[in-house]
Design a binder for this molecule. Structure first.
Ligand code: 13P
Length: 255
Protein backbone atom coordinates (compact mmCIF):
# COMPACT_ATOMS: atom_id res chain seq x y z
CA UNK A 1 0.00 0.00 0.00
CA UNK A 2 1.58 3.23 -1.11
CA UNK A 3 0.84 6.05 1.31
CA UNK A 4 2.30 9.42 2.12
CA UNK A 5 2.87 8.45 5.74
CA UNK A 6 4.41 5.17 6.90
CA UNK A 7 1.67 3.05 8.45
CA UNK A 8 1.90 2.13 12.12
CA UNK A 9 0.21 -1.01 13.43
CA UNK A 10 0.08 -1.01 17.22
CA UNK A 11 -1.17 -3.77 19.50
CA UNK A 12 -2.69 -2.69 22.81
CA UNK A 13 -2.67 -5.82 24.96
CA UNK A 14 -4.61 -4.06 27.74
CA UNK A 15 -4.73 -6.10 31.00
CA UNK A 16 -3.86 -9.41 29.36
CA UNK A 17 -0.87 -11.79 29.31
CA UNK A 18 1.36 -13.12 32.06
CA UNK A 19 5.08 -12.86 31.37
CA UNK A 20 5.15 -16.41 29.99
CA UNK A 21 2.17 -15.74 27.71
CA UNK A 22 3.65 -12.43 26.59
CA UNK A 23 6.89 -14.16 25.61
CA UNK A 24 5.03 -16.80 23.60
CA UNK A 25 3.19 -14.04 21.74
CA UNK A 26 6.21 -11.88 21.04
CA UNK A 27 8.33 -14.84 19.89
CA UNK A 28 5.59 -15.85 17.48
CA UNK A 29 5.34 -12.30 16.16
CA UNK A 30 9.09 -12.19 15.62
CA UNK A 31 8.81 -15.27 13.41
CA UNK A 32 5.80 -13.97 11.48
CA UNK A 33 6.51 -10.25 11.06
CA UNK A 34 9.97 -9.73 12.55
CA UNK A 35 11.46 -8.66 9.22
CA UNK A 36 8.66 -6.41 8.01
CA UNK A 37 9.99 -3.02 6.93
CA UNK A 38 6.99 -1.56 5.12
CA UNK A 39 5.06 -0.66 8.27
CA UNK A 40 6.05 0.25 11.81
CA UNK A 41 4.95 -2.31 14.40
CA UNK A 42 4.48 -1.47 18.07
CA UNK A 43 3.37 -3.82 20.83
CA UNK A 44 2.10 -2.49 24.17
CA UNK A 45 2.22 -5.21 26.84
CA UNK A 46 1.18 -4.58 30.45
CA UNK A 47 3.89 -2.97 32.62
CA UNK A 48 4.67 -6.29 34.31
CA UNK A 49 5.78 -7.89 31.03
CA UNK A 50 7.84 -4.97 29.69
CA UNK A 51 11.14 -6.16 31.12
CA UNK A 52 11.06 -9.63 29.55
CA UNK A 53 9.39 -8.55 26.30
CA UNK A 54 11.99 -5.80 25.86
CA UNK A 55 14.74 -8.43 25.94
CA UNK A 56 12.85 -10.49 23.36
CA UNK A 57 12.64 -7.57 20.90
CA UNK A 58 16.04 -6.07 21.61
CA UNK A 59 17.43 -7.08 18.21
CA UNK A 60 14.16 -6.86 16.34
CA UNK A 61 14.29 -5.08 13.00
CA UNK A 62 10.62 -4.22 13.07
CA UNK A 63 8.93 -4.56 16.46
CA UNK A 64 9.08 -1.61 18.85
CA UNK A 65 7.83 -1.46 22.41
CA UNK A 66 5.07 0.73 23.81
CA UNK A 67 3.52 1.15 27.25
CA UNK A 68 -0.18 1.63 27.98
CA UNK A 69 0.12 4.70 30.23
CA UNK A 70 2.55 6.74 32.30
CA UNK A 71 2.42 9.19 35.18
CA UNK A 72 2.60 12.90 34.44
CA UNK A 73 5.14 13.08 37.28
CA UNK A 74 8.75 11.98 37.00
CA UNK A 75 9.20 10.50 40.48
CA UNK A 76 7.86 10.64 44.00
CA UNK A 77 4.99 9.68 46.26
CA UNK A 78 2.46 8.46 43.68
CA UNK A 79 1.58 4.95 44.78
CA UNK A 80 0.89 2.56 41.94
CA UNK A 81 2.08 4.90 39.21
CA UNK A 82 4.86 4.31 36.66
CA UNK A 83 7.02 7.15 35.35
CA UNK A 84 8.76 7.80 32.03
CA UNK A 85 12.24 7.01 33.36
CA UNK A 86 11.08 3.54 34.41
CA UNK A 87 9.71 2.86 30.93
CA UNK A 88 12.91 4.08 29.30
CA UNK A 89 14.83 1.42 31.21
CA UNK A 90 13.07 -1.15 29.03
CA UNK A 91 13.66 0.62 25.71
CA UNK A 92 10.03 1.69 25.48
CA UNK A 93 9.56 4.11 22.56
CA UNK A 94 5.80 4.76 22.53
CA UNK A 95 3.13 5.26 25.15
CA UNK A 96 -0.65 5.03 24.75
CA UNK A 97 -2.32 7.98 26.48
CA UNK A 98 -5.95 8.82 27.16
CA UNK A 99 -7.38 5.48 26.12
CA UNK A 100 -11.17 5.57 26.47
CA UNK A 101 -10.97 2.89 29.14
CA UNK A 102 -8.77 5.18 31.23
CA UNK A 103 -11.03 8.14 30.49
CA UNK A 104 -13.98 6.04 31.65
CA UNK A 105 -12.60 4.04 34.61
CA UNK A 106 -9.82 6.35 35.86
CA UNK A 107 -11.69 9.54 34.95
CA UNK A 108 -8.76 10.87 32.92
CA UNK A 109 -9.38 14.32 31.48
CA UNK A 110 -7.96 16.05 28.41
CA UNK A 111 -5.89 18.29 30.74
CA UNK A 112 -4.33 15.26 32.44
CA UNK A 113 -3.67 13.53 29.11
CA UNK A 114 -2.06 16.75 27.88
CA UNK A 115 0.23 16.83 30.95
CA UNK A 116 1.15 13.18 30.37
CA UNK A 117 1.90 13.88 26.70
CA UNK A 118 4.29 16.68 27.71
CA UNK A 119 6.01 14.40 30.22
CA UNK A 120 6.33 11.66 27.59
CA UNK A 121 7.75 14.03 24.97
CA UNK A 122 10.26 15.48 27.44
CA UNK A 123 11.52 11.91 27.92
CA UNK A 124 11.62 11.23 24.14
CA UNK A 125 8.68 8.84 24.30
CA UNK A 126 6.18 9.07 21.45
CA UNK A 127 2.63 9.51 22.75
CA UNK A 128 -0.22 7.68 21.02
CA UNK A 129 -3.08 9.95 22.06
CA UNK A 130 -6.55 8.40 21.91
CA UNK A 131 -9.72 10.28 21.11
CA UNK A 132 -13.22 9.17 20.15
CA UNK A 133 -16.92 9.60 20.78
CA UNK A 134 -19.38 7.33 22.60
CA UNK A 135 -22.43 5.84 20.91
CA UNK A 136 -24.72 8.42 22.57
CA UNK A 137 -22.50 11.23 21.28
CA UNK A 138 -22.51 9.83 17.74
CA UNK A 139 -26.28 9.45 17.83
CA UNK A 140 -26.60 13.03 19.09
CA UNK A 141 -24.56 14.15 16.07
CA UNK A 142 -21.81 15.69 18.20
CA UNK A 143 -18.92 13.45 17.11
CA UNK A 144 -16.93 16.34 15.61
CA UNK A 145 -17.51 18.59 18.62
CA UNK A 146 -16.35 15.85 21.03
CA UNK A 147 -13.31 14.90 18.96
CA UNK A 148 -12.40 18.56 18.45
CA UNK A 149 -12.49 19.22 22.21
CA UNK A 150 -10.33 16.14 22.88
CA UNK A 151 -7.79 16.93 20.15
CA UNK A 152 -7.54 20.60 21.17
CA UNK A 153 -7.23 19.78 24.88
CA UNK A 154 -4.76 16.91 24.51
CA UNK A 155 -2.45 18.78 22.11
CA UNK A 156 -2.57 22.16 23.92
CA UNK A 157 0.80 23.88 24.19
CA UNK A 158 2.75 21.33 22.12
CA UNK A 159 5.24 22.72 19.63
CA UNK A 160 5.26 21.91 15.92
CA UNK A 161 8.48 19.96 16.46
CA UNK A 162 6.89 17.92 19.24
CA UNK A 163 3.92 17.16 16.97
CA UNK A 164 6.29 15.21 14.71
CA UNK A 165 6.59 12.66 17.54
CA UNK A 166 2.88 12.48 18.33
CA UNK A 167 0.54 9.79 17.00
CA UNK A 168 -3.22 10.29 17.27
CA UNK A 169 -5.57 7.31 17.52
CA UNK A 170 -9.23 7.71 16.64
CA UNK A 171 -11.10 5.07 18.60
CA UNK A 172 -14.87 5.41 18.55
CA UNK A 173 -15.88 4.04 21.95
CA UNK A 174 -18.84 2.15 20.46
CA UNK A 175 -16.47 0.16 18.24
CA UNK A 176 -14.08 -0.97 20.99
CA UNK A 177 -14.38 -4.64 21.84
CA UNK A 178 -17.89 -4.74 20.41
CA UNK A 179 -17.17 -6.32 17.05
CA UNK A 180 -18.74 -3.20 15.51
CA UNK A 181 -16.14 -1.55 13.30
CA UNK A 182 -16.65 1.95 12.00
CA UNK A 183 -17.12 1.68 8.24
CA UNK A 184 -14.09 2.83 6.34
CA UNK A 185 -16.11 5.86 5.23
CA UNK A 186 -17.02 6.73 8.84
CA UNK A 187 -13.37 6.37 9.88
CA UNK A 188 -12.11 8.42 6.94
CA UNK A 189 -14.57 11.22 7.68
CA UNK A 190 -13.38 11.64 11.28
CA UNK A 191 -9.70 11.16 10.37
CA UNK A 192 -9.94 13.92 7.76
CA UNK A 193 -11.64 16.13 10.34
CA UNK A 194 -8.86 15.47 12.89
CA UNK A 195 -6.21 16.31 10.29
CA UNK A 196 -8.01 19.53 9.48
CA UNK A 197 -8.08 20.44 13.19
CA UNK A 198 -4.34 19.68 13.52
CA UNK A 199 -3.72 21.98 10.54
CA UNK A 200 -5.73 24.74 12.23
CA UNK A 201 -3.97 24.28 15.58
CA UNK A 202 -0.45 23.96 14.08
CA UNK A 203 -0.02 24.15 10.30
CA UNK A 204 -0.52 22.21 7.07
CA UNK A 205 2.93 20.63 7.18
CA UNK A 206 2.39 19.29 10.70
CA UNK A 207 -1.04 17.98 9.67
CA UNK A 208 0.31 16.26 6.54
CA UNK A 209 2.96 14.46 8.59
CA UNK A 210 0.74 13.45 11.52
CA UNK A 211 -0.10 9.78 11.74
CA UNK A 212 -3.72 9.11 12.67
CA UNK A 213 -4.50 5.50 13.60
CA UNK A 214 -7.93 3.88 13.66
CA UNK A 215 -8.92 1.63 16.58
CA UNK A 216 -12.06 -0.36 17.30
CA UNK A 217 -12.62 -4.00 16.32
CA UNK A 218 -9.81 -4.03 13.75
CA UNK A 219 -9.31 -7.57 12.45
CA UNK A 220 -7.50 -9.17 9.52
CA UNK A 221 -10.68 -9.11 7.41
CA UNK A 222 -11.29 -5.34 7.67
CA UNK A 223 -7.69 -4.11 7.71
CA UNK A 224 -7.22 -3.66 3.97
CA UNK A 225 -10.37 -1.63 3.54
CA UNK A 226 -9.65 0.63 6.53
CA UNK A 227 -6.01 1.16 5.56
CA UNK A 228 -6.99 2.08 2.01
CA UNK A 229 -8.56 5.31 3.27
CA UNK A 230 -6.34 8.32 2.56
CA UNK A 231 -6.30 9.66 6.13
CA UNK A 232 -6.04 6.33 7.96
CA UNK A 233 -2.36 5.81 8.77
CA UNK A 234 -2.48 2.61 10.75
CA UNK A 235 -4.36 0.79 13.47
CA UNK A 236 -4.49 0.49 17.23
CA UNK A 237 -5.59 -3.09 17.76
CA UNK A 238 -7.01 -4.53 20.99
CA UNK A 239 -8.46 -8.05 21.01
CA UNK A 240 -6.91 -9.14 17.71
CA UNK A 241 -3.43 -8.16 18.94
CA UNK A 242 -3.52 -10.93 21.55
CA UNK A 243 -2.94 -13.77 19.09
CA UNK A 244 0.04 -14.37 16.84
CA UNK A 245 -2.05 -15.21 13.78
CA UNK A 246 -4.55 -12.37 13.89
CA UNK A 247 -2.03 -9.63 14.69
CA UNK A 248 0.48 -10.79 12.10
CA UNK A 249 -2.30 -11.06 9.50
CA UNK A 250 -3.34 -7.48 10.30
CA UNK A 251 0.27 -6.38 9.76
CA UNK A 252 0.53 -8.35 6.49
CA UNK A 253 -2.84 -7.09 5.22
CA UNK A 254 -1.77 -3.50 5.79
CA UNK A 255 1.23 -3.79 3.44
P1 13P B 1 -10.56 -3.84 20.11
O1 13P B 1 -9.64 -4.01 18.92
O2 13P B 1 -10.59 -5.04 21.01
O3 13P B 1 -11.91 -3.35 19.69
O4 13P B 1 -9.92 -2.68 21.01
C1 13P B 1 -9.54 -1.50 20.42
C2 13P B 1 -8.75 -0.70 21.39
O5 13P B 1 -9.28 -0.23 22.38
C3 13P B 1 -7.32 -0.55 21.14
O6 13P B 1 -6.75 0.39 22.00
Amino acid sequence: MDKARKLLIAGNWKMNKTVAEALDLVRGLQIEVGLVKEVDIVICPPFTALSEVSKAVLDSKSIRLGAQDLSQHNFGAYTGEVCAGMLKEFSVRYVVLGHSERRQFQKETDALINAKAKTALAASLKPIICVGETLAEREANITEKIVDTQVTGCLAGLTKEQMDEVVIAYEPVWAIGTGKTATSAQAQEVHAFIRQRVAALFDETVAKRARILYGGSVKPSNTRELMSQPDVDGALVGGASLEIRSFSDIVKNSI
